[in-house]
Design a protein around this ligand. Structure first.
Ligand code: SAM
Length: 232
């Protein structure tokens, strides 16, 4: 199984260094649920390590072995145990039943079709205990953002560049990331918040909250949406 993230596993932490606003939010959700928590698309443990450091067991699933290697290293440095498993978020290798599944930092946009999204949501539902919660965030780009960034190299962090190519008809973003030690191109597919809500409801979830940001302000429009869904 190869993944576009393999080539940037070592670049991922410097690339996402300024993304910190969601860590406290997911930690709060984990504390509320207790453990174990399953994180789908655990990446390098940006969210999982702080949760585990709080004494909560985390099972982290990712399709990139190199991201999992970096994650294991980060966990060891922090002195915490993570239960890391290679696998796909549509069919995660998790038999446990847990009170909370999270999918932070837009990882669900790696699902490109409704069939993929439904498979992922069905897998989440299977892993959850009765009334367990699924918490995730996604984005839906606005026209301004697209116009501002389309087809332009932007330096996101010192020495790390991004090129976004937006297709508003297919609703896909083809994103290239380039740094001193690696480069990759990946595709992300977006939906409207209304479509996410319908998919959740069709897949047996009740939407408890849809926030517009990690400070829990209600969603009233904008690019980001943060969802709390309960297994119905
Ligand atoms: C944007 S990163 C998020 C990483 C981490 N959750 C964070 O918040 O920093 C997306 C992660 O999802 C993983 N991923 C992408 N597609 C996947 C799939 N089909 N199954 C499992 N993991 C996947 C990638 O390898 C990557 O580690």
């Amino acid at each position: 199984m190869s993944s576009p993230y393999d080539a940037i596993a070592e670049l991922y932490d410097p690339w996402s260094a300024s993304v910190v606003e969601d860590v406290g939010f997911y930690l709060e959700e984990a504390r509320r649920a207790g453990g174990p928590v399953v994180e789908l698309g655990v990446g390098t443990g940006r969210i999982a390590v702080p949760i585990a450091a709080d004494g909560i067991r985390v099972i982290g699933v990712d399709s990139s072995r190199r991201m999992l290697d970096v994650c294991a290293r980060r966990a060891a440095l922090a002195g915490v145990d993570l239960d890391l498993r290679a696998g796909d978020l549509r069919d995660p290798p998790v038999r446990e039943r847990v009170p909370l599944v999270i999918c932070p930092f837009r990882s669900l946009l790696h699902m490109h079709t409704d069939a993929d999204r439904r498979d992922a949501l069905a897998a989440v539902r299977r892993m959850l205990r009765p009334r367990g919660r699924f918490v995730f965030d996604v984005f839906t780009p606005g026209a301004d953002d697209i116009a501002l960034t389309h087809d332009r190299w932007l330096e996101r962090e010192p020495g790390i560049f991004e090129l976004a190519r937006w297709d508003e008809v297919a609703r896909t973003l083809t994103l290239t990331v380039r740094g001193p030690d690696g480069e990759t191109t990946m595709a992300l597919a977006w939906l409207s918040p209304g479509e996410w809500r319908s998919l959740l409801e069709d897949s047996g979830f009740e939407v408890e909250a849809c926030y517009g940001w990690f400070d829990r302000k209600p969603f009233t429009g904008g690019d980001d949406s943060v969802w709390i869904a309960r297994k119905g």
